[in-house]
Structure formats: structure tokens, C-alpha cells
Design a protein around this ligand. Sequence first.
Ligand SMILES: *Cc1c(COP(=O)(O)O)cnc(C)c1O
Length: 411
Amino acid sequence: MELIDNTYQIQGVDLLSVAEEFGTPLYVYDADMIKSQYHRLVDAFKPVDVKIKYACKALTNMNVMRLLRKEGSGLDTVSIQEVYLGLEAGFQPEEILYTPNCVSFDEIKKAAEIGVHINIDNISILEQFGNVFKGDIPCCIRINPHIMAGGNTHISVGHIDSKFGISIYQVPHVVRVVNTYGIKVNGLHMHTGSDILDAQVFLNGAELLFNAAQNFKDLEFMDFGSGFKVAYREGDVTTNVEAIGAQISERFQRFCSEYGRDLELWFEPGKFLVSEAGFFLMKANVIKQTTSTVFVGVDSGQNHMIRPMMYDAYHHITNVSNPSGTERVYSVVGYICETDTLGYDRLLNEVREGDVLAIHNGGAYAFSMSSNYNSRYRPAEVMIVDGKAHLIRKRESFDDLVRNQVMIESL
Ligand SMILES: *Cc1c(COP(=O)(O)O)cnc(C)c1O
């Protein structure tokens, strides 16, 4: 989103006219930004055979999946439904990684039969997998490396209490199960959820995976998950993907030559690809002066954007309608019957009733975490592609609220 001639635009498209045409609340995504983030990552790891698997739980609109597929991306999925969406969006099964946690074995079996890559994060599941598929279908093993970075930073990389992954200390048990059933392990995986800011911290975790790799002779890829940090507020420290890409690629190439084969290096970013490309447009319904603050009450809330409430996340807010208005202090709140504050003590260009506000970083975990709470419709989604705004999901309607309710006749 850029301010040009006193109007906020994406690819030359005026956001106020988009809000006018499609109504608010509205999610708007910048396709160019998603593409450039994808290529920035691929270029950073150029020396090695890098494959990006878009973690589609961040934003599951199939147009976003199709856009990334066209650029060369694969898909990381966490449910069988996401696998189905990926197939519907045109991905080949072998381009999809399925990384479930605590799902039933039946679901894993379904995914395996479709032919997507299976990532296993529990020894009991690995045993069932071996029992059913023997060596017929390969799988990847999700490892929890339990690394703590020293110094003042204390970044936990897959902490000991995490429910995700198989502990690095249990690799001997994994090897026993794998050898007993003749399972072909084609990948090792680690996704810790921590931000990659320091190449050394990241490489400490990677070293453990490189060590573990010596136990598995059929590896085709190593998957280092995600953790590429994006800015949510001005001045936020972000991942220097170019610097880190150069260091990790160099170390990975050395690992491959020790291992005796060139493996693919996989990453599964969600946020990095789509977070900053998304803007959530809302309309100021009311301005409410109280004894303690000035509230801006918008036509949305935690039902459509839950990150500020759920994670205490900061999302920058801009008044799209009044770019040069005098700055004043506001609390931006939703219309839900909860304390759904979207931003405390924000300096915004003066907000008038009817103004359109944009929440930044609206691409990741925004629409995909939205709900119908308070019986509100989920918003529409628009993507700006080649300088044109396209509707990519209709706003819900009353029908969507009643469709699955079943009436008891005697009532
Ligand atoms: C959610 C998730 C990701 C993506 O994380 P981001 O922080 O959005 O980049 C990657 N891999 C797995 C297994 C995940 O569950």
C-alpha cells in the first residue's frame, strides 16, 4: 500500500474505490507482493535446490494457492481438508506436504493413499504407518530439536514441552521402528515456530538434524519449517533472508557432500509470503468520546481479525480516507459484544464517521481465523492482480448462517 497523490493505492488501484465497489469489511491482497516475497526467498537460497512449501493455513484462498503454484511453490498442509483444497487449486500430490499433529491415523492413511508427502510427528503413528504401508509409501519424520539459544535472547527452538515433533533424543527408537518395518524415510523436518533472526541459532538446530540424518539412508529432502520474521510495526527487526540464506546454503551444501547426495532444502513459510500483502479494510461506524479515550468503533472486530486479542499482536492501522488529516490519539475497537480492541492509543489521521481504516499485516492468520461470532458474515476477499481488483471470495450471506442448522419440527 503506497500513498500516491494523497490516495492509498495498491498497484495503482485506489483502496477507497475498492472499499466502495466491494463494501466493508474487506480483505485486500496484493498479488505482486506475494510473488516478490516468494522470489526473494528462492533467490536467497539459490546455491542449493530449494523448494518452498507455502503453509496455506495462513491464508487458504485458492487463488492465493494458485498464484504461488504458478510461481513454482509447493504447499504445506495441516489437515486433510487443506490437502483437498490444494489438489483443487491444481497442485500435484507430490508437491504437497502434509504435516498433521494429533490427527487420527485414518486421516493420515487417506493422505498417504492420495500420494502427498507424509510428515510423521509421533512414534505411535510411525508404528501404525509401518504396519500398514511397510516400505511401500515413504514418509518424513518431524524432529523436535529442543535447542535453547544462549545469551540474553533465549529463543526456544522446539521447547521440551511442545506437543510437536518427535524428540531428537528418541531418534534411536525411530530408527528401530523404521528398520523393523522397512519404512523408507525420505525427509527430516523441523518447524519450531521461533523467529529466525540469527543464522547461528538456526544452524545449531540444523546441526542436530544433520547428525540425525546419518541414521537414514534414503533421504531426498530436509525441511527446516518456517520462522522468517516479518515486520508488524515500524522498526521491527526482521529476518535478513539474504544473509541467512547464504550461510545456510553453504552449510547445507557441505552437509550434502558429507551425506553423499544432493538433497532438496525445503522451507514452509506462511506469514513471510502473505502477511504484509494483506490489508483489512473496515469502516468507522462511530466515534465515541469517553472520559478516558476516543474510541473508533468499526464495522468488524475479533470475529474477523482475532490476532490482537488472541496473541496480543500489534497490527498497524491507517486511516485510508484522510491521509493528510491532523493526527490524534484513538482506541480502535470492534462491534462485537466483547472487549475487542484492535489497537490501543493509536495515532491516526483524524477519523470521521464513515472513514475507511486499513489494518496492516492482514494476509496471514486473519481471514483464515475468522468466524461468525455474533452471527456476522465473514468478509469478502479481493486480490489485486495486474493492476486490477478481483473478487476472490464473496461476502457471506444470511443463508450461510442458517444452512447447516436443523430444525426440530415440534418447536
Ligand atoms: C504454521 C506452520 C508453518 C508456517 O508458519 P509461519 O509462521 O506462518 O511461517 C510452517 N510449518 C508448519 C508445520 C506449520 O504448522
